[in-house]
Ligand binder design. Structure first.
Ligand SMILES: Cc1cc2nc3c(=O)[nH]c(=O)nc-3n(C[C@H](O)[C@H](O)[C@H](O)COP(=O)(O)OP(=O)(O)OC[C@H]3O[C@@H](n4cnc5c(N)ncnc54)[C@H](O)[C@@H]3O)c2cc1C
Length: 502
């Protein structure tokens, strides 16, 4: 066996969500044998948004051993059962993308297939969300964690969190520092590379601090200080498919009960998020500058707040796409430095989480085997493309023709793989799910049907068992869901209850 030289020093550049999630994840996994330094610049600051998540974030927190109640208190968090999309298919129409499953299975035939059969036959009314535990709870402002017993309808939902991004980074900073990560304040101005290999050997700040490392994690946000400015890893621009390139964000006073879901409202050239936290509601208007001016976008945001704004609106710019190589030489880009696909389905923090977990699974020796980088980059690319296609579906599958923006996205050419998936659903009512797909069947069904894509006929399997009294069973499931939602505590009551235990 050849001699191994394990890495002994990791340098993380950046202290936003990506930097502190990386610091916490790495120190938790590698322990004190590796020195971890994190350098961030208060003068540069963080992007300061990124407050809605998807359910796998809970796995991340669990791996770190974080207690949920403490986490919710420290981050002023709330629970999230899914996303309500308003005015996306057409103005006045809404649908819900739930976390968890629809209905309850009767037998081998997937629930949604029976549901399609009855819907297409005109035997039932309502949208599929009517038969969904997550939506029944969400619309009633109720929340409880799913039960473990899979036979109980109260086990059929899943959940994620909303939280204050700045407090989240602070919380993880406390976690990481307590386990040995050292934070340094300063603006990195110099990056030194090995002249033969091009590997980064050290970074130095404006006040003369220098940090050597074996592995560098670039969490410098949109700057891509190491991965792009130093290593020139390249960027694949996806703005022809995802044309949003600006956002304006502002928090407002909370109004009414804390709703356990994110709301996404489509506007003339973009959409607006509403993220309810304990102490405030986060809002932002994501838009396309080719079709909307900054002033108009800001006014639209302010006109659609639930409460009075708490600060001046903050403006952000971005280019949707991905870093061609997130891992280059001895540098791995995690967070916005690795790419950004806009926040429509709250996938960025998830990409950070998976970047960290993937890096840990492939942790290199100091020789930085290029084979590891190759695999890491291939997996990252595949995951980014799958998420990209799911996002494109929201824009492309619309009836809206009330603005140039909607006319563009409705008629734009889409990636072949997405076109293939849509074709399967239209012709056979089937969901084509790629291996390791983040968004599983219920997500695709929600967006297909919510955006107005329907199959020509029911999936074949659902038509085989004509003796199954589907309509009657659907009725029973619907009643069970309604009863279960009625029995749950309100979201605010549940929050108060667990906060008392923290
Ligand atoms: C409009 C918008 C809405 C979003 N909403 C969501 C959402 O709801 N859900 C979600 O999952 N994600 C969302 N995201 C993405 C999410 O905000 C980011 O993925 C997350 O915050 C991680 O950012 P980051 O840490 O990579 O970058 P940043 O927060 O920008 O942090 C960069 C860090 O690098 C440091 N830095 C940069 N240059 C230097 C230097 N020269 N020297 C020293 N330090 C330096 C900065 O000081 C900072 O600490 C959203 C993004 C945008 C733009």
């Amino acid at each position: 066996m050849s001699d191994r030289r394990p890495i002994s020093r990791i340098v993380i550049v950046g202290g936003g969500s990506a930097g502190w999630m990386s610091a916490a994840g790495l120190v938790n996994a590698v322990g004190p044998s590796v020195q971890i330094d994190l350098i961030e610049s208060e003068a540069i600051g963080t992007v300061g948004v990124g407050e809605a998540t998807i359910p796998p974030i809970r796995t991340f927190n669990k791996r770190l051993g974080i207690d949920e109640a403490t986490f919710m208190r420290k981050t002023q968090g709330s629970f999230k059962l899914g996303i309500e999309f308003k005015d996306w298919q057409r103005i006045g129409h809404s649908y819900f993308h739930p976390f968890g499953q629809y209905g309850a299975e009767f037998d081998w035939v997937p629930f949604y297939q029976y549901w399609m059969r009855e819907k297409l036959a005109g035997n039932i009314t309502g949208d599929i969300q009517t038969d969904c535990m997550a939506w029944a709870a969400a619309k009633a402002g109720k929340f409880e964690p799913p039960m473990r017993d899979p036979r109980n309808i109260r086990s059929r939902h899943d959940y994620a969190y909303h939280f204050d991004a700045t407090r989240y980074a602070q919380f993880l900073r406390g976690y990481a520092e307590a386990r040995g990560v050292t934070r340094h304040e300063g603006r990195i101005e110099t990056v030194t590379q090995n002249p033969d290999t091009g590997f980064i050997t050290s970074v130095a700040t404006n006040d003369g601090q220098s940090f050597e490392g074996d592995l560098f994690i670039d969490c410098s946000g949109f700057y891509g200080l190491l991965i792009q400015e130093t290593l020139n890893a390249g960027y694949e621009d996806w703005s022809h498919w995802l044309p949003m390139d600006r956002a304006v964000a502002v928090a407002c006073k909370p109004h009414g009960p804390t709703l356990p879901y994110t709301k996404s409202t489509a506007h003339q050239a973009g959409w607006q998020w509403r993220i309810p936290l304990q102490h405030r509601t986060g809002n932002g208007h994501v838009y396309c500058s080719a079709y909307e001016t900054k002033d108009k976008a800001t006014q639209t945001l302010l006109d659609n707040l639930d409460g009075s704004p708490l600060a001046e609106p903050k403006h952000l710019r971005f280019v949707t796409g991905r870093r061609k190589q997130s891992w280059s030489k001895n540098c791995v880009a995690i967070g916005l430095s690795a790419g950004f696909m806009e926040p429509l389905e709250s996938t960025s923090l998830h990409m950070i989480q998976y970047g960290i977990m993937r890096l840990l699974a492939m942790l290199p020796d100091a020789d930085m085997s290029p084979l590891l980088a190759q695999e890491y980059n291939a997996l990252t690319r595949a995951e980014s493309e799958r998420i990209r296609d799911f996002l494109i579906l929201h824009y492309h599958a619309t009836e809206r023709d009330d603005s140039e923006f909607w006319n563009y996205v409705r008629t734009m050419p889409i990636p072949d793989r997405l076109a293939y998936k849509i074709d399967h659903f239209k012709r056979h009512g089937l969901i084509i799910s790629d291996e390791r797909e983040l968004f599983n069947n219920p997500s695709w069904i929600a967006v297909y049907t919510g955006q107005g894509i329907w199959p020509e006929r029911a999936p074949v399997l659902s038509t085989m068992r004509l003796e199954v009294p589907v309509k009657e069973r659907l009725g029973q499931v619907r009643s069970a869901i309604d009863e279960a939602a009625a029995a749950m505590p309100t979201h605010d009551d549940y929050l108060q209850q667990i906060l008392k235990t923290s």
